[in-house]
Design a protein around this ligand. Structure first.
Ligand SMILES: Cc1cc2nc3c(=O)[nH]c(=O)nc-3n(C[C@H](O)[C@H](O)[C@H](O)COP(=O)(O)OP(=O)(O)OC[C@H]3O[C@@H](n4cnc5c(N)ncnc54)[C@H](O)[C@@H]3O)c2cc1C
Length: 490
């Protein structure tokens, strides 16, 4: 009997999984996960990613085995692994979800498509979420997103007809040559954990979401914490949107509805940002506005980058965030934005190296959101309002008692709270905590002047318009974005 090969990538679940449902209808199913050396050796990969994926694969294997066909795991490049399986089994079709990944998985997907064509194997790829492949125009994109989110959630098949094959072991970090996962406080993977998080969020944890998402003191509890699950597909965006909207419909409390609606908007943003990388894979490596190339490249200060990376910039909120990330692998949006903004404006570092460092720190690394956001917080998209975060003000506003900072910056535990935002004012009680790597006011003035010089250029202005048409949100405009809307004049 012909074999249906089910290729899992960033969709490590059995529920709401169209490729699984379609493959099961047609015959024997060979469920496969490929650990690709080119992916795990890339500079944006970290052992913490494998920890999350491996836990998710364990559960997926259990669930598939219960239905009759355990997950097969192979280490190797995708085309080689698929070719090997094709030699042994009469593979008729490969069923998979589309992936909006990094340059490596993009090239791999093209190679697999080419290989399947040459070998006469049908490759059926389903959309993963609201991201639209080969999108011609952003006009009407939100409508497609809504349609996709409203489609029925698919139940998993009860039984799978197996193929006689050794499933192979789930390799350990050491077997893959990955280092030790340092993020001991990171959240675990798996479909069950994803649903437990969604339930607790909708049952109360998220009721003050809009008020508590910005402070790192409250965000760990008040945010959904679903990002890594959405990134590796242990839950689908559609499952989250439908459960959320059901909850909104049942909620009478206006404040709770406000909180849940704010969360709904983020799920929309998720795909909106990912669509940018889908439409323009190059933004992982180069500026949205190419005419801004050269603006920072020649100024990279390795010593400043190291201070930022190691959490010793002398700005307690920046350092607390970095040290917290090292252990937990998660941070709320505002603090991520502040970290990136500090690297881009205060330290004038090109976003690529800091972005790679954060990609390795974030358990939830999602290339489409990540690279769009890294550029947005660095002022290179040409369409977003410039936002330069003052780390001392962020501390005063979002950690006024110093709870977060004292937890992560041990040197400052005894510093009186009124000095926490500016510890350099009290050198005697700092326990070796460093002086600021740059002066805030001076650094910001210099950054603004440099940006203005570039943004005045005619080619920059012209490209900003092009980026707005290609990538800009249509929200608030009937069809097209206003010309250069959101761009700060120099
Ligand atoms: C420099 C930078 C890099 C980032 N890199 C990533 C990344 O690699 N992976 C990632 O998932 N998020 C990234 N984000 C966006 C955001 O910070 C995280 O999605 C969020 O903190 C995850 O926590 P949560 O699941 O509790 O989010 P919630 O606040 O509960 O939001 C729910 C979901 O909505 C989506 N979402 C939330 N905020 C945004 C946003 N601003 N843009 C796009 N989607 C959003 C995410 O999928 C998130 O899981 C980045 C933000 C910045 C500033």
């Amino acid at each position: 009997m012909k074999v249906q090969l089910l290729w899992f990538k960033r969709d490590l679940r059995i529920r709401d999984h169209r490729p699984l449902v379609e493959a099961a209808k047609r015959g024997c199913v060979l469920p496969l996960y490929v650990v690709e050396p080119s992916v795990i050796q890339a500079p944006d990969y970290d052992p913490c990613h494998w920890t999350f994926i491996r836990r998710s694969l364990e559960e997926l294997r259990e669930e598939l085995a219960r239905r009759g066909a355990p997950l097969v795991v192979r280490v190797g490049e995708a085309v080689e692994v698929l070719e090997g399986l094709l030699r042994q089994y009469p593979v008729e079709s490969i069923w998979a979800h589309e992936e909006t990944g990094n340059a490596i998985t993009y090239a791999r997907d093209r190679a697999v498509r080419r290989w399947a064509r040459e070998r006469g194997v049908v490759l059926d790829e389903s959309p993963s979420n609201g991201v639209v492949r080969r999108l011609r125009s952003r006009d009407g994109w939100s409508r497609i997103w809504e349609q996709r989110m409203a489609a029925p959630v698919l139940a998993p098949p009860d039984v799978l007809r197996p193929v006689a094959i050794d499933p192979g072991p789930l390799p350990t970090h050491a077997e893959l040559g990955l280092g030790v996962d340092r993020r001991q406080g990171a959240q675990p993977g798996g479909e069950r954990a994803a649903h437990a998080l969604l339930e607790s969020f909708l049952a109360g944890r998220g009721y003050r979401y809009h008020r508590e998402m910005s402070s790192p003191v409250t965000a760990f509890e008040a945010c959904s914490r679903l990002s890594a699950h959405l990134a590796y597909g242990t839950i689908s965006t559609k499952q989250v949107v439908q459960a959320l909207r059901k909850q909104i419909a049942q909620t009478t409390d206006a404040e709770v509805r406000r909180a849940l609606r704010a969360f709904d908007a983020r799920l929309h943003w998720r795909c909106h940002f990912m669509q940018k990388l889908e439409d323009e894979p190059g933004i992982e490596h180069h500026n949205f506005v190419r005419a801004l190339d050269g603006m920072r490249e020649g100024d990279f200060r390795r010593d400043w980058f190291d201070a930022w990376r190691e959490g010793r910039t002398g700005y307690p909120m920046v350092d607390a965030c970095m040290r917290c990330l090292e252990e937990t692998g998660w941070l709320n949006f505002r603090m991520r934005a502040m970290l990136m903004s500090f690297a881009a404006y205060h330290l004038w570092l090109h976003w690529r190296e800091p972005g790679l460092h954060l990609a390795r720190l974030f358990v939830d690394y999602e290339p489409g959101i990540h690279w769009s956001q890294c550029q947005m917080q660095s002022g290179t998209t040409g369409i977003n309002t410039l936002r330069i975060y003052n780390p001392s003000k962020q501390l005063t506003d979002h950690d006024p008692q110093g709870v977060f900072v004292r937890r992560w910056v041990a040197e400052l535990r005894d510093l009186p709270v009124e000095f926490l935002a500016e510890p350099w004012r009290m050198p005697s009680r700092r326990n070796g905590y460093p002086d600021p790597v740059v002066d805030h006011e001076t650094a910001i003035r210099r950054a603004r002047a440099r940006l203005s010089e570039f943004r005045r250029r005619a080619e920059v202005r012209r490209e900003c318009q092009e980026v707005a048409v290609k990538h800009g949100s249509r929200k608030g405009s009937s069809r097209r974005p206003a010309r250069g809307r959101g761009m700060i004049p120099p």
